[in-house]
Ligand binder design. Structure first.
Ligand SMILES: *[C@@H]1O[C@H](CO)[C@@H](O)[C@H](O)[C@H]1NC(C)=O
Ligand SMILES: *[C@@H]1O[C@H](CO)[C@@H](O)[C@H](O)[C@H]1NC(C)=O
Ligand SMILES: *[C@@H]1O[C@H](CO)[C@@H](O)[C@H](O)[C@H]1NC(C)=O
Ligand SMILES: *[C@@H]1O[C@H](CO)[C@@H](O)[C@H](O)[C@H]1NC(C)=O
Ligand SMILES: *[C@@H]1O[C@H](CO)[C@@H](O)[C@H](O)[C@H]1NC(C)=O
Length: 247
């Protein structure tokens, strides 16, 4: 009987140890801790309604650029994020008519190379510097006008307004804008088109995954863990039972 109890405790210990060894790796996956580097994709998918902008950020590799810049610079960044409905308001076919290079510039036009808090807009001077082109050569101007908390934006093509502050941590600010910010450069009567720069080989135009996929993975992972644990328990129980019978 003593041996039976000892065996039971022994196998119980093995099962617990195995379950514990498995658990932490799985538990860390769903929640990227706040300590990790800032992830602009994660911020936008948490805000919801930004799948088109996220897709552009990813297909142009700008999401990685931005994350790297945030990890390596002290001046921070400001991002104007247009929601999905603003993309459906674009003239149809416009997005598809852009070259890969223009798509990069479109995304970069929504990113300012410094952190601007809501109150700092009031003292910012026009044109604002963006990561696209040169704000002073008249091709990529982005001007704002403010009144109290209201911030309006004009690009010379689009007039819109900052409708919401989505994220701000002193290094990265993300604001929702009501329209896609189209730069003047895209609409200038074509000066002899700049010799099509040997189009970069299409970098893996990864389609943006929605975060739903991650959730599915995580839950199925959890089920696997439960199954794994259960089979161990059954195995241990049958071992204990056979030892008991031998005695
Ligand atoms: C950033 O977040 C997205 C969505 O949550 C995720 O798919 C991606 O792997 C993350 N990137 C990094 C570098 O953590
Ligand atoms: C962030 O920067 C640090 C130091 O520059 C570097 O060691 C680290 O690998 C970077 N992390 C990412 C995710 O790029
Ligand atoms: C912003 O735009 C709105 C709508 O076009 C206008 O009514 C408002 O006066 C503008 N405010 C500023 C500060 O430019
Ligand atoms: C932006 O502001 C600058 C400086 O005030 C001005 O010269 C330029 O015409 C403005 N551009 C647009 C599109 O409003
Ligand atoms: C944007 O606003 C300016 C000044 O209020 C106006 O002159 C211009 O026509 C507007 N542009 C568009 C595209 O609505």
């Amino acid at each position: 009987m003593k041996f039976f109890l000892a065996a039971l405790l022994f196998f119980h210990g093995i099962v617990l140890t195995m379950a514990q060894a498995q658990a932490p790796a799985k538990a860390q996956a769903p929640a990227p801790g706040p300590a990790g580097p800032t992830n602009v994709t994660a911020i936008l998918s948490k805000a919801g309604q930004f799948t088109m902008f996220i897709r552009l950020l990813q297909s142009t590799q700008e999401a990685d650029q931005i994350n790297n810049q945030l990890n390596n610079s002290n001046s921070g960044l400001t991002i104007f994020a247009p929601p999905d409905n603003s993309f459906s308001n674009l003239k149809s076919g416009l997005l598809n008519s852009l070259s890969d290079q223009q798509k990069v510039q479109l995304v970069q036009f929504h990113v300012l190379p410094n952190y601007i808090s809501q109150s700092e807009f009031q003292t910012a001077s026009n044109p604002l510097r963006t990561q696209a082109g040169n704000s002073n050569d008249g091709e990529y101007p982005l001007n704002i006008t403010t009144s109290g908390n209201q911030v309006n934006i004009t690009t010379g093509v689009v007039n819109t307004t900052v409708s919401n502050s989505l994220y701000s941590d002193g290094q990265l600010a993300v604001y929702q804008v009501d329209q896609v910010l189209l730069p003047l450069a895209f609409f200038r009567t074509p000066a002899p088109a700049p010799a099509p720069v040997a189009a970069k080989p299409k970098k893996g135009a990864k389609e943006a995954d929605t975060s739903d996929d991650d959730n599915t993975d995580d839950s199925s992972g959890a089920i696997e863990l439960v199954n794994f644990g259960l089979s161990k328990v059954v195995f241990a129980a049958s071992l204990v039972a056979s030892i008991y019978m031998v005695l």
